[in-house]
Design a protein around this ligand. Structure first.
Ligand code: 3HC
Length: 319
């Protein structure tokens, strides 16, 4: 509770003060009064964002031992390490709301919390790794730059640091795919195949259409979301199509075309049934991803036990 709230006594006064701060774009901080629903919505979104970061390490880690050069291996290693750091950063932001990372992580392992659908697609070859950096981190940047202005202070500030690192992720991916686009016919074909497999799933990262999004209206009223799912999806497409052209590649969308009147690219209908299937756990890799995370949790118990034993010994010595 901050000093202004100290004199308040009724929920109505606290709610009005909260509403006034949201309206005035004043950050809500961890110690401030906030509606329970605002808190729950943030734990849900930040927790799932953190889960996405740590599960997202799996498809790329799959290629660490098979990177085509030492340089590519070092760059990919740096990226995967960054993702782990983003996850820890976001779990810390979630914990400022009163949850524990253990609890929300177990909910993810039990299938009770989500992570981004995009990580339930397989990485079949090196082109996929470049395309993930370029398209997936590119989409994440569009989404996360907007979150730098989220009303909840710890989340917004976490996004500022994370977006700086995402920019490196996107650039290293685009540089990798550019090399393939200027390579042999076989490399060009491999790249086009990767784009064909990841284009639509990358668009699905922005969530269901605005008309089908149960959270967007409230999240935008609370200024957690500054733009709707469809607005950010459109921004990503408008950013990315010129990059696709520069690669000499095409999107798997016959309806994709520039619309001068609107100043945007028009695009085809997204397969919402596919997104729903993946979200419901019936994607290509859902089972494999959660199984890998459950196995890592079990095999890592000795590390947690050792760290906890060390921490309690230090606490006992300090007492
Ligand atoms: N994958 C999985 N679940 C999704 C989804 C997707 N692509 N899109 C939406 N959903 C889920 C939502 O979580 C929600 O389910 P829930 O009630 O169980 O949480 C439901 O579908 C309805 O969707 P809404 O649009 O109403 O939900 P939101 O308002 O939360 O919007 C979101 C969805 C745009 C993903 C929003 O949660 C968000 O911006 N999250 C923060 C960013 C994030 O999580 N990005 C994921 C990728 S992180 C990443 O790419 C890391 C990078 O380093 C590679």
């Amino acid at each position: 509770m901050n000093h202004q709230e100290a004199s308040m006594t009724t929920d109505a006064q606290f709610q009005q003060h909260f509403d006034d701060k949201i309206a005035a774009d004043i950050s809500i901080e961890a110690k401030d009064w906030m509606p329970d629903a605002y808190r729950r919505n943030l734990i849900r979104q930040i927790g799932q964002h953190a889960h996405s970061e740590v599960v997202g390490m799996l498809p790329e880690a799959n290629w660490l031992t098979r990177a085509p050069s030492l340089r590519r291996k070092a760059v990919l290693l740096a990226k995967v390490q960054d993702e782990a750091g983003h996850g820890l950063y976001l779990y810390s932001a979630a914990e400022t709301l009163g949850c524990t990372r253990q609890d929300i992580y177990q909910k993810m392992l039990a299938g009770q919390m989500k992570y981004s659908s995009i990580f339930n697609y397989p990485t079949l070859n090196w082109a996929d790794i470049g395309v993930i950096g370029w398209l997936v981190d590119g989409a994440a940047i569009v989404n996360q730059v907007a979150l730098c202005r989220a009303s909840y202070g710890p989340y917004a500030r976490a996004m500022v640091k994370i977006c700086k690192e995402e920019s490196f992720h996107q650039r290293q991916g685009y540089e990798a795919v550019m090399v393939m686009a200027q390579g042999s016919e076989a490399q060009k074909a491999m790249l086009q195949d990767a784009i064909n497999r990841f284009w639509w799933p990358a668009l699905m990262m922005f969530g269901p259409s605005d008309s089908d999004s149960p959270h967007s209206a409230q999240s935008m009223a609370w200024k957690i979301k500054r733009h709707s799912n469809d607005e950010l999806r459109q921004k990503f497409i408008d950013n990315t199509v010129p990059q696709l052209d520069a690669l000499g590649m095409t999107a798997p969308d016959a309806d994709l075309a520039w619309d001068g009147a609107s100043g945007h690219y028009r695009f085809g209908e997204i397969d919402w049934a596919e997104l729903n299937e993946v979200i419901q756990g019936r994607g290509q890799c859902n089972h494999e991803r959660l199984q890998a995370k459950r196995k890592a949790w079990d095999e890592g118990s000795w590390v947690r036990d050792g760290a906890m034993a060390h921490a309690s010994k230090r606490a006992a010595n300090a007492a």
